[in-house]
Design a protein around this ligand. Sequence first.
Ligand code: AMP
Ligand code: MG
Length: 346
Amino acid sequence: MTEVWTVNPGRPDVRIIKKAAELIKKGNLVAFPTETVYGLGADALNSEAVKKIFLAKGRPVDNPLIVHVSSGDSVYSLAGNVPKEADVLIREFFPGPLTIVLEKKPIVPDETTAKLPTVAIRMPSSRIALALIEASGTPIAAPSANKAGRPSPTKAQHVLEDLDGKVDLIIDGGATEVGLESTVVDLTVKPPQILRPGAVTLEMLRGVLGTVHISPTNTQNLVDRELVARSPGMKYKHYAPKAELLVVIGSDNDVQRKISELINDFDTKGMRIGVATTTGKKYHVNHIESLGVTKQEIAKGLFDVLRRFDEVDVDVILVEGVDEEGLGLAIMNRLRKASGHRVIDA
Ligand code: AMP
Ligand code: MG
């Protein structure tokens, strides 16, 4: 049912890309790697094809999709009244892990944008993704290729775990580079607002645009009616592992001390404990995973580690948080969501 074809991400095999593009043109689903995470792709301009994405993922129909293009110019055929900030971001960050939200043109079906008057557009830098969009001759709508609510897939194996039998083809291009989904910036408001932080950081965006706001939903468990209306994806539960997850933030020393205390408490209660470290400290617990030390490493492996905790028998997972500078903002955003906003300041 689901075929998996392996492709060299540096030099994608043209024949395989062509076969995958035929599936997209016929209105079928193809999962493919991008530099951020694996996407579940369909022809973004074919509403019947787009509906299949929602069905396969179990995605609520009011959660819009990102439209992937293979050139900066394509933005102008999908979006109208494009502000000058968009020109700047396209020049500076396309192709790359940045999605821009703009006023949509009628050519984009309501199914793709979940009836919003706006459309989210990104040009990935992954060669496989670019070649597939190019060969399909149409923009490709692609949310992360996971079952709704699960951590995003950063390996073909993760896609297979969640969507076996529900997608026609998975292109396996190895582990994705960035590991976290793209930064989403809303350019229909002034000043521009980050709806979801990613590898194109707040600092990088401010460097080229000046004032940039960050949506309060990034750090708070806030259900802001107006914001939810603008980006409905925000209200859904994300990335949650089966065990309860707690994140501890503060200086390395404070974090390690607090986690040791928590381990004692949970141990007394007879609970099975997992830890994900970012400082490399060894704790005596049932299962320990290292997230790496640099923010790049942590981002790259985070979702894989969250998935791995589902395979071991633990009741609670304690995670050493990171500071929110640079890529840290995106890492902490995913950890806040995965923990249901249970973040302890040590
Ligand atoms: P995913 O594709 O799984 O990374 O999810 C796409 C994210 O982009 C979700 O959080 C969506 O809510 C958001 N998104 C997509 N289209 C729009 C849009 N038109 N306006 C605001 N947010 C959007
Ligand atoms: Mg997703």
